[in-house]
Design a binder for this molecule. Structure first.
Ligand SMILES: *[C@@H]1O[C@H](CO)[C@@H](O)[C@H](O)[C@H]1NC(C)=O
Ligand SMILES: *[C@@H]1O[C@H](CO)[C@@H](O)[C@H](O)[C@H]1NC(C)=O
Length: 337
């Protein structure tokens, strides 16, 4: 649409409100009641931690409600309300509502607090002031600190449909990654030549060093297969995980898989999940040059300082031996407690 048409549309749609919409579609320039831009447009939280999404009134209509909703990228048609307040009483809604409260730092404060953050709390939230005439809203983005890792089935490459990919990530202490999370991981060094499902149902993979066998010699970037058939198409998965409360530690081998299970148990721990090993590597700089069993039957080791005898000198990463025969007695164990 050209900007003249945009302007006309804006004039038609918003002639009854005080908001001035810019021709380039950037949204309202001034709001009457809500502080805009919000104090922070993006808030970063940690899994298990708390976050406050700011929404402050600059003036108060006589009668109003403030409604907080979480905007879902994969919309199910219904609105995902988290909290509604009329300035005096408030009511939480839904599962997320159980972990939500209002900050109420002062009379004009409608900021939302979320406690015990979970991975899929990440996303956009709308604080909407409703007074029946001049409804206004601001959008705040909540980002959960974490990292993306690729995950492949023990049955080989490209074995997951969408639902299976989602479950595989959950089993490894993660969720399917969003495009934003994959994009950020790419800027931080993720180069992976197998396509994987993302939360939005698209299939993509991040390439830093363009090569013929990985989508051709285009510019570095995220290669996309676009949205795929969630039931019939099969790929790997990109999972997102975050820091967890426990610790990951190595027990030396050689152990079979069964002995590794017992070795962790002896230390009042369990075999670690793939997501837990990645998060220890990425967020805590865990480095251990020994292959160890994980709970999914894979053998991996985390390297932050690349060196010759630990899988090469080029890049840091979690290296994998795939899923060896569980009766082999070659490896140690990565335990989680
Ligand atoms: C998060 O908030 C809860 C109350 O909602 C509080 O008990 C807890 O200590 C807070 N946690 C952190 C890490 O601040
Ligand atoms: C694992 O190795 C054992 C002993 O070599 C063998 O009997 C068994 O069939 C192997 N299992 C698989 C799944 O390959």
């Amino acid at each position: 649409m050209n900007s003249a048409a945009n302007l006309m549309l804006a004039a038609i749609c918003f002639s009854v409100t005080s908001a001035i919409y810019l021709p380039n579609g950037q949204g309202p320039k001034t709001l009457k009641y809500l502080l805009e831009p919000p104090v922070y447009a993006e808030v970063i939280g940690q899994r298990g931690g708390n976050a406050t999404l700011p929404c402050v009134l600059q003036s108060k209509p006589n009668q109003y409600k403030v409604k907080w909703t979480k905007l879902e990228t994969h919309s199910h048609g219904s609105e995902n309300i988290v909290m509604i307040t009329n300035g005096q009483a408030h009511k939480p809604y839904g599962l997320l509502g159980q972990r939500a409260s209002l900050r109420k730092a002062h009379a004009m404060d409608a900021s939302l607090r979320l406690s015990n953050l979970e991975l899929d709390d990440e996303g956009s939230y709308r604080c909407e002031l409703i007074n029946g005439v001049e409804d206004e809203s601001v959008i705040i983005t909540l980002r959960i600190e974490g990292m993306v890792f690729p995950y492949q089935s023990k049955n080989g490459r490209y074995k997951f449909n969408y639902q299976e990919a989602k479950e595989a990530c959950a089993e490894q202490d993660g969720t399917l990654a969003s495009f934003k999370q994959l994009y950020k991981a790419w800027t931080e060094g993720l180069d992976w030549c197998n396509a994987g499902w993302l939360m939005d149902g698209t299939v993509q993979y991040p390439i830093l060093q363009p090569r013929a066998e990985c989508g051709g010699k285009l510019l570095p970037g995220i290669r996309s297969y676009g949205p795929r058939d969630r039931i019939r198409d099969h790929f790997d998965a990109f999972c997102f995980t975050s820091i967890s409360t426990g610790i990951v530690f190595f027990v030396g081998g050689p152990l079979t898989f069964g002995e590794a299970v017992e070795a962790c148990k002896d230390d009042e721990a369990v075999l670690a999940l793939v997501g837990q090993l990645y998060s220890a590597w990425h967020l805590l700089g865990y480095d251990q040059c020994d292959g160890g069993w994980l709970r999914d039957g894979s053998v991996r080791f985390p390297i932050t300082t690349p060196r010759k005898h630990c899988g090469g000198t080029v890049e840091a990463g979690v290296r994998t031996f795939g899923y060896p025969n569980k009766t082999l007695r070659f490896y140690g164990a990565y335990c989680y407690r």
